[in-house]
Design a protein around this ligand. Structure first.
Ligand code: DGL
Length: 285
């Protein structure tokens, strides 16, 4: 592919994250806590949300457009803060943009293998993540002796994007998915979509204390720190906390409202149009 980066990454450049919507905020908040003086650019591709039901080829094209845009804004590292895009596009992004450090998401099966006593681990994710190549690799590597039962979290991304984190509809939707996983014998539930950790308080309430629920946000933030350290790209602390800029391909007023409702770190919010030729057109919801 013909994408190359013109300049070497700059330690003073921002960390870029993208997701189909606000899901990557559950990763951003851990990065902010761990690396408070880094500037952060967050791209929510809300015009194309949800990614989970789209064919892999479309998600790949959208991921390329998002990465291209973040690099154009000077991002020194890109976090694919979306399990769905990581599942189908991470390898390709690394090929398309050689020299750019990418950190992706995988459902946290490695810690799940340590927690489970029944040997049955439940994975809640989008269909694209559950069928993608990355999950199979992770299962082979970390969960070979375990029974992994997977469930598509239909409806959950839409509820979070609508700002609904609790209430009868959220509880009913979660109950359907969680009851199914628990009935299959899971004593450990892995959240394989970055939108789901916003629902952790309700999930924990519904499954009770005997079930472990795991998310990957903190581990991914630590991986970002490790990669920046290894590549000498950590920003020198200059006393001040970094700036956060949120962008959306959808409605910036809605994103600004969600940033507040979800308790994400404050920042500026603006709308953008992705003009990259590879971004599919006419698919906005
Ligand atoms: N937050 C995303 C993920 O981690 C995307 C969900 C979607 O857009 O379907 O999979």
């Amino acid at each position: 592919m013909g994408h190359t980066k013109s300049a070497a990454p700059d330690p003073d450049g921002p960390i870029g994250l993208f997701d189909s919507g606000v899901g990557g905020g559950t990763v951003l908040r851990h990065i902010r806590r761990l690396l408070p003086h880094e500037d952060i650019l967050y791209l929510a591709d809300q015009a194309h949300c949800p990614y989970g039901a789209r064919p892999a080829t479309e998600v790949r094209a959208l991921a390329t457009a998002n990465a291209q845009w973040l690099l154009g804004q000077g991002a020194k590292l890109i976090v694919v803060a979306c399990n769905t895009a990581s599942a189908v596009a991470l390898h390709r992004l690394r090929e398309q943009f050689p020299g750019v450090p990418f950190v992706g998401m995988v459902p946290p099966l490695k810690p799940a293998a340590q927690y489970t006593r029944t040997g049955v681990v439940g994975v809640l994710a989008t269909p694209t993540t559950l069928h993608g190549e990355l999950l199979q690799d992770v299962v082979r590597q970390w969960a070979a002796g375990l029974t992994v039962v997977s469930r598509v979290g239909h409806g959950l991304v839409e509820l979070v994007e609508d700002g609904q984190l609790d209430g009868p509809e959220v509880q009913a939707c979660l109950r359907r998915h969680l009851d199914w996983l628990l009935a299959a014998g899971a004593d450990t539930v892995v959240l394989g979509c970055t939108h789901y950790p916003y629902l952790l308080p309700v999930i924990r309430r519904l499954v009770g204390p005997s079930v472990t629920v795991l998310e990957a946000g903190e581990a991914v933030a630590r991986q970002v720190q490790r990669v920046l350290e290894a590549q000498r790209l950590l920003r020198e602390p200059k006393g001040q906390t970094g700036q956060i800029r949120y962008y959306t391909t959808g409605d910036p007023t809605h994103l600004a409202r969600l940033v507040r409702m979800l308790g994400l770190p404050p920042g500026t919010v603006a709308g953008i149009h992705l003009t990259t030729a590879e971004a599919p057109r006419g698919m906005g919801n």
